[in-house]
Design a protein around this ligand. Structure first.
Ligand code: SF4
Length: 114
């Protein structure tokens, strides 16, 4: 696991370090200690982020920051009666669909689609 087998990450990150395994194991094996040790070693070697949530947390902070805000009124409008929010995944993977949907909305709705 320490050598960085990616499939093992789910296993070692699923452990809540509760210690129950040690209490029920007749040999007193504490898998939690092993999982904790492996996590620390993998983080030290750069094979795992400090937290499995590290990237989503940093991404959420950035996305909620001032550098990641874009609000525009429909071209030719100075107000918006509707807001179109396609989400980042569709915009990234199929921008042409987002463009067509936006064009459709601007043709069907009055008052501006921001
Ligand atoms: S492996 Fe042991 S310490 Fe980890 S969650 Fe299971 S019982 Fe708890």
């Amino acid at each position: 696991m320490i050598k960085g087998r990616h499939e093992a990450n789910i296993l070692i990150n699923s452990c809540s370090l509760c210690g129950l395994c040690q209490k029920v194991c007749p040999e007193g094996l504490n898998l939690g200690e092993l999982c904790q040790e492996v996590r620390m070693e993998m983080v030290k070697k750069g094979k795992m982020p400090p937290s499995a949530h590290d990237f989503p947390i940093r991404d959420m902070k950035f996305s909620n920051g001032e550098q990641c805000v874009l609000t525009l009124h429909q071209p030719g409008c100075n107000a918006s009666s509707h807001a179109f929010y396609p989400g980042c995944q569709l915009t990234a993977s199929a921008p042409e669909h987002v463009q067509r949907a936006y064009t459709y909305l601007t043709q069907k709705l009055s008052g501006g689609v921001g």
